[in-house]
Design a protein around this ligand. Structure first.
Ligand code: ADP
Ligand code: MG
Ligand code: MG
Length: 880
């Protein structure tokens, strides 16, 4: 018979898929002897059975729950449903992959109008009993019947106001008793039913609701943002309650074993006395720093520190721990690998290697390549910062620097971002409903909450700059204003800047400069270099891009797009002159100018390269990107060419193509006008000769774009070789160089054996190859690709991650090419070269290099190293 429910003692941390992350870790902690309240886990198998059974809990699952509940009664000496000595439990969702704050939990289940009194009598603590009851009614109402939380908050505020309390701890037993009545009335108002008094009914409804919460909109959005399989389902933990809300020897809190923002090795956390559950995260009172627990309860503090250290050693990673203290007795309620900023991730991983807990290889696998992006991003310019006025200071919850316009709710933030605005989301505090707005904003600023508030935790996970708990500002979400203590008021749409490292908020926008990367980053990247097999080059069209790429470890240029070198105003003039030339004489005049400019650029690139290979792609201008459109541009061109405006308009009109992406570009241009590539080849080799005479070694790779046939390549190559030969003879110098081709047309893949006879290297242009394989115009995909994604017709955007069909074409080309030219260099220069998932595929199918934009170079390097480390495991797995 299938088993659906597991005792904590039956589980372990390896069983996440079945027991969920929370359950597996509760089981693990219980089994290594930590003080975890007893309980059991309803597995994800039950979640799937629930869904398969038309959203009803199957009887066998119910029966198993009953058995485990009896066991829990024995273990705790309390009875579920008893009015004298009631067993209270929490019903806690826990998915296989952590989704903090996304799903639902209910505390104090088992209470009713009778049991609450029985509990009060038993414990002699009426206050905490009714406090637990009112919390239960609210959570049950919220999770099971979606009664808006603010209804309950309003009732709570009303009574506090009436009694002139500032803190919820001031509420007396009688106040709380009254509140449970108000809450029950709210419940009846909303559901039309009495609050269920039977604990089994409470339990069943709660379990169903948690299974349903897997599909709630914010969970769906979160899974989409984090690529989490929607079919995993969630597990549910049923756990005996412990009470942090029983006076000033009790409390609840959160501890990170290291600083999740910087990675510093010191326990970091917050707690609240006389509180329960999520009180710390919700920011209802300002929590205390964990270090002050040492003075409040020294022995509990010591025990907690020891447990933090033990858990870290046991899990070999930084942990994020939930604890509760009930009358000076410490309980651990959760542990998981803590979310952290990239800066912290790199520091923690390298530190763990030095501490002997993990190997260098494990450290490399610990960092999500895409995350590195955060580290490399610009910071505020120091000078500009000094001259800026600090508006307010809050908690530096997540590092980074951002400027943008303020918006006070997540929906406005989302719609503004869609209009192209850079948004800073400003809230009193955030909640899981804000998740999409947070993801799309540049940064987040909250007035309330601490370093472990929702805003702080989520922002760190997203690698987003965040300042939390900025008490120096007052936010009116209703009026959409932000006011400082000095009375300065800002409105929706005003610019501010946040420094997530210092916690300072500034008015207006501040200039950004390049990031400084840490020694830990360099150390990690050194390990990466030792492991990876793929060479990583940079796509660079300018000296500054090339320098950035080299700074990040690029081993040469994999793609220099010569047409991009002409995008600046002064230069595009001459490209346009070349395009509209009606005869060779006109064209040669324009080309002469272009040649001079190209030589200046190439000389600089070769100097920076200092012997590293530089792949220069000859001109491939899709015409529509270069033709003049505006009157002013047309007039200038007419003037340059000494022609009338009408004549120029006519020529331009004739040049307009129906399908420019399939039009007169790449090698086709060279077939019609051989003088263009001749000029470029001369510019390249003359620059190479000149830099070589400076004593710097050079290695140019001339790359011909958009080749479909071997004949085409032979035709174009012959011209180029002849020009190069002339230069060598004239200069009395011979330099090594290669001529190769882009492989970006499906036909070229299929006849790669023929083409390989004529080429010294292949560089797969996977952008065009994807476009042409799918027949998806890159410029128009925005109109339909989203529908494909929404309907699940494509797993990933094929322009971001290499598609299966395109991969097969590349593999075919590699095989065929190597047949006729066994030692040929082959690499990728499309956008995919910087996409970690694609890099792994390129490693596996045997390419030698990838090339990507400068800021993605470290990402590609890390992904390349991970590809090596993951490959043997894959083979092992497939052998099983
Ligand atoms: P989440 O996944 O949103 O963190 P949890 O299931 O961890 O939800 O529970 C929410 C809060 O309730 C946490 O602070 C947790 O420590 C607390 N909690 C859960 N179960 C118990 C329990 N049995 N006794 C006391 N506190 C509990
Ligand atoms: Mg939580
Ligand atoms: Mg939790």
């Amino acid at each position: 018979m299938e088993k659906f429910v597991y005792q904590f003692a039956e589980g372990s941390k390896e069983m996440k898929t079945l027991l969920g992350g929370k359950g597996a870790n509760l089981a693990e902690m219980k089994n290594i002897g930590l003080p975890v309240p007893p309980g059991f886990i309803i597995s994800t198998a039950a979640s799937n059975a629930y869904n398969a059974n038309e959203k009803k809990l199957p009887q066998p699952v119910m029966d198993e729950i009953q058995i485990h509940l009896s066991e829990l009664e024995r273990e705790t000496g309390k009875q579920f449903g008893s009015n004298e000595n009631p067993l209270l439990v929490s019903v806690r969702s826990g998915a296989p992959v952590s989704m903090p704050g996304m799903m639902d939990t209910i505390l104090n289940l088992g209470l009713n109008d009778q049991a609450v009194r029985g509990l009060a009598k038993l414990t002699g603590d009426k206050r905490s009993s009714f406090d637990s009851y009112r919390r239960f009614i609210q959570m049950f109402g919220d999770v099971v019947f979606h009664i808006p939380a603010y209804k309950f908050e309003e009732a709570l505020s009303a009574i506090k106001k009436k009694k002139q309390y500032t803190l919820d701890t001031e509420l007396t037993a009688e106040d709380l008793e009254q509140l449970t009545e108000t809450y029950q009335n709210l419940y009846i108002e909303h559901t039309g039913k009495e609050f269920p008094q039977d604990p089994y009914t409470q339990l069943k409804l709660s379990i169903n609701a948690v299974f349903e919460s897997w599909m709630n909109p914010r969970a769906v959005v979160y899974r989409r943002l984090h690529d989490i399989d929607p079919n995993l389902g969630t597990a549910i933990n049923i756990q005996a309650m412990v009470f942090g809300n029983t006076g000033d020897k009790s409390g609840t809190g959160i501890a990170f074993t290291r600083n999740p923002s910087t990675g510093e090795k010191r326990v970091f956390g917050e707690f609240l006395m006389n509180a329960q559950g999520e009180d710390v995260v919700a920011g209802i009172r300002t929590p205390l720093d964990i270090t002050s627990l040492e003075t409040v309860m020294p022995s509990v503090y010591q025990e907690l520190m020891t447990i933090c250290a033990d858990l870290e050693t046991h899990y070999k990673d930084m942990q994020d721990i939930e604890f509760t203290i009930e009358k000076e007795k410490l309980y651990i309620l959760q542990t998981r690998n803590g979310k952290r900023t990239t800066q912290a991730a790199v520091k923690v991983a390298t530190s763990l290697v030095h501490e002997g807990l993990i190997s260098k290889e494990e450290a490399i696998l610990r960092i999500e390549p895409k995350q590195l992006d955060q580290l490399l991003h610009p910071a505020f310019d120091k000078q500009a910062l000094e001259s800026s006025v600090v508006l307010a200071t809050g908690l530096p919850a997540s590092p980074g620097a951002a400027s943008g316009q303020i918006y006070f709710d997540a929906n406005s933030a989302v719609s503004q971002v869609e209009l192209g605005t850079k948004v800073i989301l400003v809230r009193n505090e955030t909640s899981p409903e804000d998740i999409e707005g947070m993801a799309k904003s540049e940064a987040i600023l909250t007035a309330h909450g601490g370093m472990t508030s929702h805003a702080a935790v989520v922002a760190r996970g997203m690698g987003k700059c965040c300042i939390a708990g900025c008490a120096e500002i007052t936010i009116s979400e209703k009026d959409k204003t932000l006011t400082t203590i000095s009375g300065q008021a800002l409105r929706e749409g005003d610019f501010i800047s946040l420094d997530g490292t210092s916690g300072h908020v500034y008015v207006g926008q501040i200039k950004l400069t390049e990031a400084e990367v840490s020694e830990h980053f360099h150390e990690l990247m050194d390990w990466v270099s030792d492991v990876k097999k793929l060479t990583v080059r940079v796509n660079a069209d300018t000296p500054s891009d090339f320098k950035t790429g080299i700074h990040f470890g690029a081993e040469g240029i994999g793609l220099c797009r010569t047409e991009h070198m002409f995008f600046q105003d002064e230069r595009i003039r001459f490209v346009r002159q070349m395009i509209v030339s009606e005869n060779a004489e006109e064209r040669n005049k324009a080309l002469a100018h272009l040649k001079m400019m190209q030589k200046e650029d190439f000389i600089q690139l070769f100097r920076i390269a200092a012997g590293r290979p530089v792949t220069i792609r000859l001109l491939d201008p899709p015409l529509h990107e270069f033709l003049p459109k505006e009157k002013k541009e047309l007039e200038l061109l007419a003037h340059d060419m000494g022609k009338s405006l009408r004549d120029i308009e006519k020529v331009v009109h004739e040049l307009v193509e129906t399908n420019p992406m399939l039009g007169h570009r790449g090698a086709r241009l060279a077939v019609t006008y051989p003088e263009i590539y001749k000029m470029q080849a001369e510019a390249i080799m003359e620059s190479a000769v000149s830099v070589s005479s400076e004593g710097i070694s050079v290695f140019p790779e001339i790359m011909i774009p958009l080749i479909a046939t071997a004949e085409e390549l032979m035709f174009v190559k012959k011209e180029i070789k002849a020009s190069v030969q002339d230069i060598f003879e004239r200069e009395r110098m011979i330099l090594p160089y290669d001529i190769g081709t882009m492989i970006e047309i499906p036909r070229a893949c299929m006849v790669a054996d023929e083409i390989a006879k004529e080429a010294q290297f292949f560089s797969f242009g996977t952008n065009d190859l994807t476009q042409l394989t799918f027949g998806f115009s890159r410029d128009d995909v925005g109109k339909f690709l989203p529908s494909y994604m929404k309907n699940g017709l494509l797993k990933a955007d094929p322009f971001a991650t290499i598609d299966e069909g395109v991969r097969l074409l590349v593999e075919t080309a590699i095989k065929k090419g190597r047949k006729t030219n066994p030692h040929m260099k082959m690499g990728v220069c499309g956008e995919h070269g910087g996409d970690p998932a694609s890099v792994r595929i390129f490693h596996e199918i045997g390419l030698q290099y990838v090339s990507c934009s400068p800021f993605r170079v470290p990402i590609a390097r890390l992904a390349a190293a991970q590809a090596v480390l993951l490959a043997p495991k894959m083979l092992e797995a497939s052998a099983k």
